[in-house]
Design a protein around this ligand. Structure first.
Ligand SMILES: Cc1cc2nc3c(=O)[nH]c(=O)nc-3n(C[C@H](O)[C@H](O)[C@H](O)COP(=O)(O)O)c2cc1C
Length: 364
């Protein structure tokens, strides 16, 4: 049997023992007053998955304004930093590496999270989606268009969160610039109608993202920063593609060659985009030639497809989401060609250990 590319080490800015990455996944287990990651739940969950080459945590809010889902852990208070320290220690003790995903949901939120105030967004346009509030799913509202001061504050929040991440012992951070959240709302012409320097053309719509990246690199080495995009996202999380969408992502990714990042993390389309003329159908294939650094690819990969995409030269690392929920020992199962356990969607976002830390390894 030929060598599995997924199981080979990777050394470029980050040193990984294999190329199997755990994708960021919100699991809503921080059901405590301070939105703190706990040793008993988060610590154990990530420790169980430490044989991944790299773990990327759940999206973690960079400020109180950044929240849009119940029971997500933050990275903006001292108490939250202390909580994460226990998690990173557990993963490191098992020989693993862990990045934290830094998140601002923008308009994908609800006034219930903000003492009745409106969520922030590039423009006052309702995404017409649902927000998962403490009282269940509610319709999103028309958000508040961010002022220049709001933008400056948010840049500071990301910078502060990046510094906190290093304090908490993380090996790096991933900016959540994907999946219809704040940065994606700025990138997309249908959600960004601004007429100032943050809207109107590609350079302006991507300015806020690069301001955040530049601010973060003042406090942590850029080799410890990863970024995530979902260029062909359409019809989900309030995002609609248009003819400028792909050129916008091409421009961002080309510009990222001037940085020396940990990686660029891309998702293949989440839905069938064959009828959308503006969409790129094969993301890794399209973007690989545009980027010189480490490229991570995600979405609906299995073992065979993961090995192949690396073999074909379209990606360096492969991120697995749902398979890691139900297979804490995903790497060992790939190594030994074992069957994978199915995940239970009903326990994705519920409190407690069930469906979180109770999936057994194949050997148990
Ligand atoms: C329960 C769940 C929570 C998720 N939360 C996040 C998140 O916090 N941040 C993010 O970038 N993507 C999130 N995603 C998307 C995953 O990272 C990944 O892109 C998606 O599951 C597709 O990969 P897969 O087919 O390997 O599962 C989530 C997915 C699931 C299933």
């Amino acid at each position: 049997m030929s060598k599995q590319q997924l199981l080979t080490p990777y050394h470029k800015n980050i040193n990984l023992k294999n190329r199997v990455v755990m994708a960021p996944m919100t699991r809503s287990r921080a059901d405590n007053e301070g939105s703190v990651a706990t040793d008993e739940l988060h610590g154990l969950y990530y420790e169980q998955r430490a044989s991944a080459g790299l773990i990327i945590t759940e999206g973690s809010q960079v400020s109180k304004d950044a929240v849009g889902y119940i029971h997500t852990a933050g990275i903006h208070t001292e108490e939250q930093v202390e909580g994460w320290k226990k998690v990173t220690k557990r993963v490191h003790d098992k020989g693993g590496k862990i990045f934290i995903q830094l998140w601002h949901v923008g308009r994908m939120s609800h006034p219930d999270f903000h003492n009745g105030e409106l969520p922030l967004a590039p423009s006052a346009i309702n995404p017409n989606a649902k927000s998962y509030t403490p009282e269940g799913f509610k319709d999103t509202v028309t958000p508040k268009a961010m002022t220049i001061d709001d933008i400056k504050t948010t840049v500071k929040d990301f910078k502060n969160a990046a510094a906190n991440a290093i304090k908490a012992g993380f090996d790096g951070v991933e900016i959540h610039s994907s999946n219809g959240y704040l940065f994606h709302q700025f990138f997309t012409a249908t959600s960004n109608l601004r007429t100032d320097e943050y809207g109107g053309n590609i350079e302006n719509r991507t300015r806020f993202f690069f301001e955040v990246l530049d601010a973060m690199k003042e406090v942590i080495p850029q080799e410890k920063i990863g970024v995530r995009f979902n260029p062909s996202l359409d019809g989900l999380f309030g995002i609609t593609m248009d003819e400028e969408t792909i050129p916008t992502f091409e421009s961002i990714i080309k510009k990222l060659n001037d940085y020396n990042l940990a990686y660029v993390h891309l998702s293949e389309p989440f839905t069938d985009v064959s009828n959308i003329p503006f969409a790129v159908k094969e993301i890794a294939k399209h973007f690989r030639p545009l980027y010189n650094g480490t490229l991570m690819i995600n979405s609906a990969f299995d073992q065979v497809k993961g090995n192949k995409v690396i073999e074909d030269g379209y990606a360096d690392l492969v991120a697995y989401g749902k398979p890691f929920i139900s297979n804490p020992d995903l790497v060992e199962r790939f190594r030994d060609h074992l069957e994978l356990a199915e995940w239970d969607e009903s326990t994705f976002y519920v409190p407690g250990a069930k469906g979180y830390t109770d999936y057994p390894t194949a050997s148990k």
